[in-house]
Write a protein that binds this ligand. Sequence first.
Ligand code: G3I
Length: 456
Amino acid sequence: MDLRSRNGGSSRLRPRTVLLALAAGAALLAPTALVVPAANAAATTLGAAAAQSGRYFGAATSSFMFSNSQHTTILNREFNSIVAENEMKWDATEPQQNVFNFTGADRLVAHARANGMSVRGHALVWHAQQPGWAQNLSGTALRNAMINHINRVAGHFRGQIHSWDVVNEAFADGGGGGRRDSNLQRTGNDWIEVAFRTARTADPNAKLCYNDYNTDGINAKSTGIYNMVRDFKARGVPIDCVGFQSHLGTTLSSDYQANLQRFADLGVDVQITELDVAQGSSQASIYERVTRACLAVARCNGITVWGVRDNDSWRRGENPLLFDANGNKKAAYNSVLNALNSVSGPTNPPPTTTPPPPGGAGCSASVSLNTWNGGFVATVRVTAGNAAIRGWTVRITLPGGTAVTGTWNAQAGGSTGTVNFGNVSYNGQVGAGGSTEFGFQGTGAAPSGTPTCTAT
Ligand code: G3I
């Protein structure tokens, strides 16, 4: 149902303690993989219960809620994943073009790190909650702004996000199964794949998800998305997961699980990303069925509820969450916990990528490109040799007619011809075998030669 049309472990096993001891950046990517309680130890929190099968159980929250002790006590006790309800969206992170504000989102990520939680990123690109300046853009200007936004935001949180909702809600409701009209869609039908390719280079370790609502069964909209994912997989567009928001009413489609499974069978993970269920006699049983559906699909990584207490919910007056306004556990909570405790066996190992160090001292550089007709984004990886370096310069020769229009995490000494990109203050020092990245965006043909790297 389209809700927007109506308004818009056991305490013996302390997973969070274990995680705190291990937390160090990459641990945020998949902490649940580190925490597998012994079989038959019924967990007493949602996060610990989900971790028994290698899954996460998360909640949407906002950094301003951390001062609410009841909210935060429940959040820290029950959940091992969080997502920003609003603070990672385009309007929050880039209020003016190329001026970024990560204040709230950074607090959220720091809270996750301090409490051994993983982070879902929501959402890099969406037709809604765009800042005013983006709403007023179109065509190439909007496309370039989108690419820059993804590079900067996913780059800022690089290595700290378990899964990114790269594109949110791009399909239309109704029977057609086609794309939603939007300023982004009007930049060209390839905007979604450009977003995914850009996100992959900006944060290679994050799972990249497409996220939508009214996809709670096999219907025209979910089939439209299914066809897109199948096409992306066939053409090598980097997509790792599909998010099913699951803003549910008083009934649940009988093919909810089958729908998850058909996506998983395409070779992507699936995640329940914004679960909330209308109050009423069916609330607890729908929560249970959704939980059991995720548990029954091996590639279902985890479940996120869209808020902690009923009074935190965007669905005012509908009491759709697992805790009431006094912070008490509801019947729906118990049905979810019992369902999670009924299954064990870890799945979903964390992604790992470790670039091999080049031989010798000095540095090397490699470029990966996202290109489209008339422009490109280059992501350049600078890797130190077998000795630490204190600074670097990468020299790249651009084809005639090509111009650099924006650079991040480096300083460009020019915009055409042969351009030297030097480190900035925070990324010049690279340990032996370590690497760092910068990027630039340009108009015209992409560079094709081999970059040279000089350690300084
Ligand atoms: O922060 C401002 C405040 O300063 C201002 O006074 C007030 C006046 O309206 O607005 C406040 O911002 C609101 C924001 O929530 C924070 O409360 C926005 O107006 C309001 O539009 C925004 O609503 C969010 C909505 O997305 C925006 O579309 C909801 O909190 C959030 O739960 C909801 O989440 C979406 C997911 O991102 C995508 N899937 C559907 C889901 C539910 O709509």
